[in-house]
Ligand binder design. Structure first.
Ligand SMILES: Cc1cc2nc3c(=O)[nH]c(=O)nc-3n(C[C@H](O)[C@H](O)[C@H](O)COP(=O)(O)O)c2cc1C
Length: 350
């Protein structure tokens, strides 16, 4: 199944391999540069079905560090467009972008909060820091929440203009959207806090606003944390309920990761540790999903798809080690995969 195409709206992915979004902390002023051109371009030469550009801030405070990617102005979108065009002209890969806001987890370097004069005052649904030693984030007013929804919408418009095939909203890992979802980071008493319906409101408003910028040629994915590994926190049943609602709001795929919102939460890392969350969301909510997390082997990826645990395989660290994993897998499995014509002599092993 790894090499069976799949279509979201009119976007056909040639295979099920997805380069998972990964911050590279290598931008100045949020601008992509030659590093990103080579970094993403090489994965397209490796046959990856979909390349997801790293978490990209929808406003300056939406970055995690001062060196994260941004798409809050046209210059940033134009730099990204060059990468998009290269990939479209020189491969069969599709390219997506993860739109993100770090919320209370911003203004850091190496996961440590940096002084306000070198960073910024962070924002969150409620004035609760991620770690007790951190500054108290500014709790957004309703008007400011609306501005954030607009920031996602503006970012989506720029991404569409730049030619991206997929937009992914980052709703996982304890960043701003996740902060709203969780009753442990969101203790608001207005329409954005309290009940499940209220806590998901921010995400649903973003989804609707972003969808207004999309058409049948651009698919919409949402990444969530299936659970945050904390009693009384966001859990897999919440994720299933959310996924049903996202489906009704024209979200094409739910990318199921986990954790990130609760400092010190115990995460049981092992091969494919998040696959059961993807499976549960896929089979109980009837949505397409992606599995991610310690998927490193070609046969392991194939088995996940065969078992019906996910529709796509997101790989992160393994594709940093092996940018050519999609081509390599096709070679081993005798399946057809894009191969740069310049490299065709390597398609035959003798
Ligand atoms: C260097 C690095 C940067 C990451 N940045 C992001 C990011 O921008 N957005 C995101 O959703 N996840 C991010 N992640 C998480 C990965 O996308 C992925 O979910 C995680 O690494 C588990 O997959 P793996 O075991 O294949 O590495 C990052 C991971 C790494 C290693």
């Amino acid at each position: 199944m790894l090499y069976t195409p799949i279509t979201f709206r009119n976007v056909e992915l040639k295979n099920r391999w997805v380069m998972s979004p990964m911050c590279m902390y290598s931008c100045e002023n949020g601008l992509a540069n030659d590093f990103h051109f080579v970094h993403y371009g090489s994965r397209s030469q490796g046959g990856t079905g979909l390349i997801m550009v790293e978490a990209t801030g929808v406003e300056p405070r939406g970055r995690i560090t001062n060196h994260c990617m941004g798409i809050w102005n046209d210059e940033q979108a134009e730099k990204l467009q060059k990468i998009v065009e290269f990939i479209h002209e020189n491969s069969e890969s599709k390219i997506g972008i993860q739109l993100a806001h770090s919320g209370r987890k911003g203004s850091t370097w190496n996961n440590v909060q940096i002084p306000i004069e070198d960073g910024w005052e962070t924002i969150a649904p409620s004035g609760i820091p991620y770690h007790p030693t951190e500054r108290i984030p500014h709790a957004l007013t309703v008007e400011e929440i609306e501005e954030q929804v607009q920031n996602f919408k503006n970012a989506a418009r720029r991404a569409v203009k730049a030619g991206f095939n997929v937009i992914e909203i980052h709703g996982a890992h304890g960043y701003l959207v996740h902060q709203f979802l969780s009753p442990l980071s969101n203790i608001r008493t207005d329409e954005y806090g309290g009940s499940f319906e209220n806590r998901i409101r921010f995400l649903i408003e973003i989804v609707d606003a972003v969808n207004e910028e999309l058409n049948e040629n651009i698919a919409l994915f949402v990444r969530i944390s299936g659970t945050e590994y904390a009693g009384n926190g966001w859990d897999i049943n919440d994720s299933v309920e959310l996924a049903k609602i996202l489906k009704n709001h024209s979200v094409d795929l739910v990318d199921v990761s986990s954790g990130g919102n609760i400092h010190g939460a115990k995460i049981p890392f092992h091969a494919g540790y998040q696959v059961p969350f993807s499976s549960k969301v896929r089979n109980n909510a009837g949505v397409k999903t992606a599995a991610v997390g310690l998927i490193t082997e070609i046969n392991q990826a194939e088995e996940i798809l065969q078992k019906g645990d996910s529709d796509l395989i997101f790989i992160a660290r393994e594709i940093l080690r092996n940018p050519y994993i999609a081509v390599q897998g096709s070679f081993e499995m005798r399946e057809d995969c894009f191969f740069p014509y310049q490299y065709l002599r390597a398609k035959i092993s003798i």
